[in-house]
Design a protein around this ligand. Structure first.
Ligand code: CA
Length: 229
């Protein structure tokens, strides 16, 4: 597992790098935000996870996240933030972060978040799933809509997988949350809505025009369609 740390506080960065290396991760560290953005774009398949500080000199972590997601980089991103406002956290997730951790944090807490973000669903079935215009290869993590690949983040993929295994069924919010996040994540319900919104946007789902997902008020969501053999 190869991790990129982008953090301008040298002491913290060195401590994280050392701690993660002891846990068996290969770790690169960059302090410069411009260099980090370039590295992420050029070596998009090199890293399994990016730990990105929010407050960096130059471009901040949220802007980097937004920029690389626009370029279809799907590597999981965990943001280190000193701020604690709910609006701000929603904003980070909206820009494409997979999770965030508020400073100061313990190394164990960070490790738990990393493992949570990297966690693949326990029951990955081989083969290609097809529901309506959607096609998903769980092994290669490739999703196509009408044959065109849709780049999804790890969390978006896990969410969609949950729907595609149970098409036509109303999936309660709690069930979706439990499938994609673990108890280490804060269980404020915004996080699910934000990821659903991003997923719908990426799958080009206009609610007025042949909606793929249906919102069942007060319960959860439903993916229209049936599994094709
Ligand atoms: Ca900083």
């Amino acid at each position: 597992m190869h991790i990129l740390i982008v953090e301008d506080e040298e002491k913290l960065a060195r401590a994280l790098k050392k701690g993660l290396e002891i846990k068996g991760f290969a770790v690169d560290w960059l302090a410069d935000s411009e260099k980090a953005k370039t590295r992420i774009l050029l070596y998009r398949n090199e890293y399994d996870l990016i730990i990105l500080d929010l407050m960096l000199p130059g471009i901040d972590g949220a802007t980097i996240t937004e920029a690389v997601r626009k370029e279809n980089v799907t590597t999981p991103i965990v943001i280190l933030t000193a701020r604690n406002e709910t609006e701000h956290k929603v904003d980070l997730l909206n820009k494409g972060a997979d999770d965030y951790i508020v400073k100061p944090f313990s190394f164990e807490e960070l490790l738990a978040r990393i493992n949570s973000v990297l966690r693949r669903p326990a029951n990955v079935h081989p083969g290609v799933l097809k529901v309506g215009p959607l096609e998903m290869d769980a092994a290669t993590r490739v999703v196509r809509k009408n044959g065109v690949e849709v780049p999804l983040t790890l969390k978006e993929f896990s969410l969609l997988e949950c729907f595609m295994r149970q098409p036509g069924e109303v999936l309660p919010r709690e069930k979706l949350f439990d499938h994609v996040w673990d108890f280490n994540s804060l269980s404020w319900s915004n996080v699910l809505d934000v990821h659903m919104k991003n997923l719908r946007k990426k799958l080009n789902n206009d609610d007025n025009d042949g909606a793929l997902f249906e919102t069942v008020r007060g319960v959860g969501y439903r993916l229209a369609g049936e599994i094709h053999e």
